[in-house]
Design a protein around this ligand. Structure first.
Ligand SMILES: Nc1nc2c(ncn2[C@@H]2O[C@H](COP(=O)(O)OP(=O)(O)O)[C@@H](O)[C@H]2O)c(=O)[nH]1
Ligand SMILES: [Mg+2]
Length: 213
């Protein structure tokens, strides 16, 4: 880690470069860990770059499994940060995958919804959006659902390195404009590339701010 960036970014970098450990996978609500520390949830369409972003945030190659098979992760995966644990990162199942059977989709939808709506220690949800595609209807559904919860969310554009700067500016503007119509959306839009490290230091600091640690 370079000693650059703001003081909160440096502190976040130190924390994320320390202990980050996989805790458990919860395929059903009864397997959720005890709600003892703040949690930050990461969600988005399958293949949006969620695992890559989690790896980039924690500076590890494979804390979260990057996969070429969309929609394989059906569980909520919990990672602990800090020693002793200060907060948890929660890798949510990817949504919007076409191949999954209706029953499976319905089951994860129920699990995700119940967790996002009822989890008392959930401090923030991050909604990841592929910058090549911008907001899709499944993202809008997720945002509308989150608007009804007590928890605010941040929109995070991923894979910013994949498109031209002019296109990135356009999608950033369009996404920010739409976000302003959602009461629970945080005003700051994060533009990131797990590949190039863009926006990662700022997002780390934002996660710490949200976890209030
Ligand atoms: N160029 C580029 N590719 C990325 C980036 N993030 C993820 N990817 C690629 O997008 C694909 C899906 O990423 P993954 O993290 O597994 O997505 P997930 O399904 O949301 O967990 C993989 O092939 C990644 O290598 C990024 O920032 N830049
Ligand atoms: Mg993944």
């Amino acid at each position: 880690m370079t000693p650059e960036g703001t003081e909160p970014e440096q502190r976040a970098a130190r924390l994320f470069s320390g202990r980050v450990e996989f805790l458990l996978s919860a395929p059903q609500l009864r397997f959720l860990p005890e709600p003892t520390v703040p949690e930050i949830a990461f969600c988005g369409r399958s293949n949006v770059g969620k695992s890559s972003l989690l790896n980039a945030l924690t500076g590890r190659r494979a804390i979260a499994r990057t996969s070429v098979t969309p929609g394989r992760t059906q569980e909520l995966n919990f990672f602990e940060v800090g020693d002793p644990t200060l907060f948890r990162l929660v890798d949510m199942p990817g949504y919007g995958f076409a191949k999954a059977p209706v029953k499976v989709v319905e089951r994860w939808r129920q699990l995700v919804r119940t967790y996002l709506k009822g989890r008392q220690v959930l401090h923030r949800t991050l909604v990841l959006v592929d910058s090549r595609h911008g907001l899709k209807d499944v993202d809008r559904e997720m945002m509308t659902m989150l608007d009804e919860t007590a928890v605010g969310y941040r929109l995070v554009l991923t894979k910013a390195d994949k498109i031209k700067a002019s296109e990135l500016a356009k999608v950033t503007e369009a996404t920010a404009t739409e976000a302003r119509k959602h009461p629970a959306a945080h005003p700051v839009l994060h533009v990131t590339s797990a590949e190039k490290g863009m926006g990662i230091a700022q997002l780390r600091a934002a996660v710490l701010e949200d976890a209030r640690v």
